[in-house]
Design a protein around this ligand. Structure first.
Ligand code: NI
Length: 145
């Protein structure tokens, strides 16, 4: 089911999302809906707060297949890279943002097992952007000009 994507200034985007305690049928359905909503909006990633659910879940697809991740965490980061970024919750805008070039991300997959991703480039950027959403951080917070 396609959900409505919330946009600024909806306060849910600024809330710290809570961890998922158990991967229930509801959580799996939520992830299905998030993926469907992301593809329909032609986005590369979506975090649960963007559909109004303040829980630590993200979905990403940068063209290498769908990555759903529950309670994701960046466990290491290195380098710097500056590139253009946008956000489905801030429609019609984009800007250059400096992010870590490489990140290692862990979290739970839909099967409840721990997953680990070594990401760089666009995928690393997407992980950082989406995990920020879970802490109420938006890319515009990094802009200085
Ligand atoms: Ni975003």
């Amino acid at each position: 089911m396609i959900r409505k994507i919330v946009t600024l200034p909806d306060p849910v985007l600024r809330r710290k999302a809570v961890p998922v305690r158990k991967i229930t049928k509801r959580v799996r359905k939520l992830i299905d809906d998030m993926a469907e909503t992301m593809y329909e909006a032609e986005g590369a990633g979506l975090a649960a707060p963007q559909i109004g659910v303040s829980e630590r879940i993200i979905v990403i697809d940068v063209g290498q297949g769908l990555i759903p991740l529950i309670n994701p965490k960046i466990v290491s980061a290195e380098g710097e890279e500056r590139d253009v970024e946008g956000c489905l919750s801030i429609p019609g805008k984009n800007a250059y943002v400096t992010r870590s070039k490489k990140v290692t991300v862990t979290g739970l997959g839909l099967d409840g097992k721990e997953k680990r991703y070594e990401a760089e480039g666009l995928l690393a950027r997407a992980f950082q952007h989406e995990i920020d959403h879970l802490d109420g951080i938006l890319y515009i917070d990094y802009l200085t000009e």
